[in-house]
Design a protein around this ligand. Structure first.
Ligand SMILES: *Cc1c(COP(=O)(O)O)cnc(C)c1O
Length: 420
């Protein structure tokens, strides 16, 4: 697995599979702490880091990150509740998202959240109305659709026509957003252009290009920002072996950029914030799955697992996120022998349930336990949990050799009041 020191021991993986069954996610908390420490060390100081809960909203993972002093970037009532339950103070929460429901805003304000990323005038005015209703004040960041800094990034958020932020060309809308209205006032900008940018120079280029746009926008409006949320894009290996990249030149590059554009930043004017989901959690997760069947078809070997796109990378399986390319290792057994190319299929009744069309395994057999490394980010909650109505996966939290907790994810329903 990825980093020595945070490997979940094969013995423990076998025990977990025996005790709780498969498929099972194992989250190793020391790996979460290690990732946070590495990213913090690579960012320019002074700055803050927010955990983006959508990567992994498990209470223990969120708890580890927010009690470590990070803020939380949340985008739904469920994520908000997870951040608060984990002990994140509301003043360290940023509420984001391109479509914010009025009742959700009321809920966030009632919980004490006062910082929102707003994506349009409609979004801002809805926030102002919610504040009016409750008699409270709030601050917001104007989310900008900034130009692309490079060609890289597995998934571009902005720099193209998108539902995210406000286009730089919509000058009047941006000017209006940079003026207070009612009980809400702008304090800065929010930019987040791409995710999983796996080339350090390209990542710096993304930040540079965003900062240049922010500087232009603020200059044109004679607006002095107090807070700049610069997003993230920090990469991590996904469902294959690999270690977290370090970014030794990022801090220096960003410092010189910030010194030019916003020289007060070293005194916290503006305060600089970053966001990350996958970097902080990806390497902490291991997915345990058992081989149900091995068969030959058309000259290929198909290995059928009990984990499919309902458990791992549902969006991946549908071709929405990344080419599916899970590469497990065998737990137990000698591991010696010739590797063969196999297609890793899941148990779902659809040809789309493929986790990798070209994985490599040594002598796969029914009953064998496999472990897919680096599955701590965008695991079960980015999957098709409800599809085919299988039982949800177990999530086991460990630290070193100790098992902290285990739970099973379920989809439940509740009655709603009938129309009268
Ligand atoms: C999803 C998201 C993130 C986290 O992205 P990662 O690639 O998981 O680090 C950060 N900020 C915003 C606004 C997001 O929507």
């Amino acid at each position: 697995m990825s980093r020595p020191g945070h490997t979940v021991m094969p013995d423990l993986l076998s025990r977990i599979a025996q005790e709780y069954g498969t498929p099972a996610y194992v989250y190793e908390l020391a790996a979460v702490s290690a990732a946070a420490a590495m990213l913090t060390a690579d960012l320019p100081a002074p700055s803050g880091l927010m955990y983006s809960l959508k990567a992994n909203p498990h209470p223990a993972v969120v708890g580890r990150l927010v009690t470590g002093g990070n803020g939380a970037e949340v985008s739904s009532p469920g994520e908000l509740a997870a951040a608060l339950d984990a002990g994140c103070p509301p003043e360290k929460i940023m509420y984001t998202g391109p479509g914010k429901d009025f009742q959700h805003l009321v809920g966030a304000l009632t919980a004490g959240v006062r910082c929102f990323s707003v994506e349009s005038l409609v979004d801002r005015d809805r926030l102002a109305d919610a504040c009016q209703l409750l008699g409270v004040h709030a601050e917001y960041l104007v989310r900008l659709n900034t130009p692309r800094g490079s060609a890289r990034g597995a998934l571009r958020m902005t720099g193209r026509p998108t539902a995210f932020g406000t286009d730089l060309a919509n000058r009047q809308e941006i000017a209006a957003l940079l003026r207070a209205r009612g009980r809400v006032r702008p304090v800065g900008t929010h930019t987040f252009s791409a995710t999983n940018v796996d080339e350090p120079a390209a990542l710096l280029q993304e930040f540079r290009s965003a900062l240049a746009a922010v500087r232009t926008v603020c200059g044109a409006a004679e607006f002095a920002p107090r807070l700049l949320a610069l997003g993230g894009g920090f990469p991590a290996p996904m469902a294959r072996p690999g270690a977290l990249a370090r970014h030794p030149d990022l801090a220096a590059g960003l410092k010189s950029e910030l010194d030019t554009a916003f020289p007060g930043w070293r005194r916290g004017r503006p305060h600089i914030l970053f966001e990350s989901g996958r970097y902080l959690t990806a390497t902490a997760g291991t997915l345990l799955t058992r081989i149900l069947d091995v068969k030959a078809s058309g000259g290929r070997t198909f290995v059928v697992l009990d984990a499919g796109v309902h458990v791992l990378g549902g969006m991946t399986g549908l071709g929405r996120l990344m080419a599916p390319s899970a590469q497990p290792f065998t737990v137990g057994g000698s591991g010696a022998g010739e590797e063969t190319a196999v297609t890793l299929a899941g148990p779902l009744c659809t040809p789309l349930d493929v986790l990798n069309a070209s994985a490599r395994l040594v002598d796969p057999r029914p009953g064998q336990l496999l472990a897919v490394p680096n599955t701590g980010a965008y695991g079960p909650t980015a999957s098709l949990l409800g599809f085919l109505s299988h039982t949800g996966p177990v999530e086991v939290v460990v630290e070193g050799a100790r098992i902290h907790s285990a739970r099973r994810l379920v989809i439940s329903s509740e009655k709603v009041a009938p129309l009268v």
